[in-house]
Design a protein around this ligand. Sequence first.
Ligand code: EPZ
Length: 442
Amino acid sequence: MDRLTVCGGAGLNGKIPISGAKNAALPCLAASLLAAKEIALTHLPAVADIRTMIKVLQALGCDVSADKSEDGFELSAIIKTDGLKNSEFKAPYDLVKTMRASILVLGPLLARFGRASVSLPGGCAIGARPVNLHLDALQRMGAEIRIDGGYVEASVTNGRLVGIDHTFDKVSVGATENIMMAACLAKGTTVLRNAAVEPEIGDLARMLQAMGAGIEGIDTPVLTIHGTDSMSGCRYAVIPDRIEAGTFICALAATGGDVTLERAAPDDLRPLIDLMTRIGCDIDEIEDCDKRDGATFKRMRVHREAGRVLKARDVSTAPHPGFPTDLQAQVMAVMTQAAGISIIKETIFENRFQHAMELERLGANLRVEGNTAIVAGLSPLTGCTVMATDLRASAALVIAGLVANGVTTIDRIYHLDRGYAGIERKLQAVGAKVQRVKGGRV
Ligand code: EPZ
């Protein structure tokens, strides 16, 4: 298994390109199942989860070709579903267990073909991750669902899903995405209330509109989807990854320096930008135009004078537009270096503090009480061997390693590779002393 070695103490200076959003690219790939015509997606991040989703589509019978960008950080994919031949439409366990978002093929398969067999994703390091909200809504739309041998076996008895007026019991990104996709080919209109409003959902909705879907209320908690009989192909560019950008902002906050993030999306990162400016970073937003797609994005210049001490601040995660749970671990690493006590509350997942114990190994002074971490700042960190446990926890360990004295070795960085394209190359380009050690021991 690959490891990362991080030599702490260097400030970060230079430019970092932000890749397309993993959590937008995954549902957009699943949405291609709805179209009888070719789908072209650009700015997919070149990460393991995207490669797994492509394998899932291929296992279902799709023809998928993918090309890497020059810098190797992104992929462009062409998906053709007209040759879908796998009559079972089975998303296999060995793929689904490595990437839970595979459950997002369930809604599109049911809507288009009236049947699907998708492995239950099971839990993961950060929590039980149930999918009851997905299944409840699909059953209300007319799907017959049974669990058999760890698989969701679903079929639509009268051939086509029916639109519903549905209020989710809980805000769920994946359930909102799955049902929004299913509703596109349902009979009649679907209204989804208490829908999640993460930017990645808006991106999926705009892709579905490009495919001919009639969707109102995008970026609001009430979505109205007018079902149609078929959906066209489209070419679509995925939005920048706000969590990757936020991770690099946290790294800069911890180390000090001056970094410009290219093709960023500051409007999707307001809670983090607000926090970072309050604790002592400066963030400038610069209008830019993405030459490849003609789309207008912004560059973000993030800087903190070395020697300027960060101020502690409390953080509580919440569904968008609240503070993103996917940046909680990274902010905890930053707060170990701030002056004062920071109270960090995780309200979304039941077990998302595994990075805390690893940060303690590095010398962080913190304790966890239930869903709350109390972090005493200005604790000097000393490099040692730590273990990544999940995607965002591993990013927190990289940030901590960048400020620790000496060398930090991070084991099991396959977690990191699920969601960050070439993170060590991007960090090396701005002066970080980070190396990937292939395979064996350091
Ligand atoms: C998405 O996961 C993201 N993943 C997660 O990012 C992110 O942390 C999460 O949304 C919250 O923002 C992708 O988009 C691929 P949820 P998802 O359904 O859809 C409970 C990362 O690091 N719930 O919004 O699985 C659930 O247990 C990943 O990139 C049910 O109870 O999250 C959780 O407590 C990690 N029943 C809460 O809702 C359900 O049927 C929010 O989960 C579904 C969810």
